[in-house]
Design a protein around this ligand. Sequence first.
Ligand SMILES: Cc1ncc(COP(=O)(O)O)c(C=O)c1O
Length: 364
Amino acid sequence: MVVRSVSDSDSPQSPLWPLADDDVKDALLSAFADGSWGKYQGPHIPQLEADLARYLDVPHAFCCASGTIAVEIALRALNLPEGAEVLLAAYDFAGNFRAIQAAGLRPALVDVAADRWRVDVEQLEAAIIPETKAILVSHLHGDLAEMPEVMEIARRHQLQVVEDACQAPGAKIGGRQAGTWGDVGTFSFGGSKLLTAGRGGAIFTARDDIYQRAKVYCERGNHAFPLSELQAAVLIPQLAKLELRNQRRAVAVAKFRDATRHSETWITPPPAEGSPAYYKVGWYLADPTTREAVCARLKENGVAIDAGFRGFARRPAAWCRKAGELVQARRAAEATITLHHPILLAEEAELTRAVETVRQIAGG
Ligand SMILES: Cc1ncc(COP(=O)(O)O)c(C=O)c1O
């Protein structure tokens, strides 16, 4: 038997996550009892897809194997011409750049707004050229992209939009679920995510044609990138608790933000409008050269804070078009640190200890 240690994993894991919920245990035991754990088809995927669609208030949700493949399926379902250009922020999840390439499309990089992780909407519009056919926009590190503005630009220029809400399930923008502003949205159910099945993802859309194309692309005599019945079974009770847990996480984030508000070394971004969801809570360090030491010190003191994404600003020009100097995205890649979410649901004493550790190290 091979015993996997936490460090074998390819994504950050916390011993606090996933939580040992009784309703998840019941779902596992019941899937064992009725044999659905080992079946191709059972009741759990249809129920999860129906629950997701109801929760998000969209007609269609479709489960798949990961958030990474969800983004690619979403892009493919737009039915764009081969080689068409897709705008994305130069600071984003690495797999999103790759998903555009894998779908036979070409990434074009746009800067992010200063001190934030959202695409800069003014630069987004300025970056559009005749080859541009779509926008891939992500909600990152507790920030929310300005979806009303993004959609307005998209409509004016006849672009389609993939909205990546893998880090933000249950977030709301203008009262509407993050992920449902775009033509198609995506979730991740990866092992570190707010809704977790270890692996997994979903797309959701109000457009029948996108839903049909996504299903056809995945259909190879069977779903080629499936979520399993067992994975769906454990996600159903988690989805039912998402709102409540997001509210608790938001209360805890306010405490961390309060602790860093007056810091001269940590830059606390303005809160996103609407109701963010917190998977990785981001800050900028005023001095990026201190990042490794700051993260190490926090970890020594039991607070799971890591560097953010590497971003794409340094990618070779042969792979993508760069709209401008991408100054803020370069800075984001060097200066971002992110707090992993499990502490946000911790017992009061543990949370207070972590907040005080951050206050001390940030000098807030
Ligand atoms: C913004 C974003 N999109 C997509 C993904 C991919 O999700 P998965 O790990 O399920 O492939 C991630 C994962 O961290 C992410 O942060």
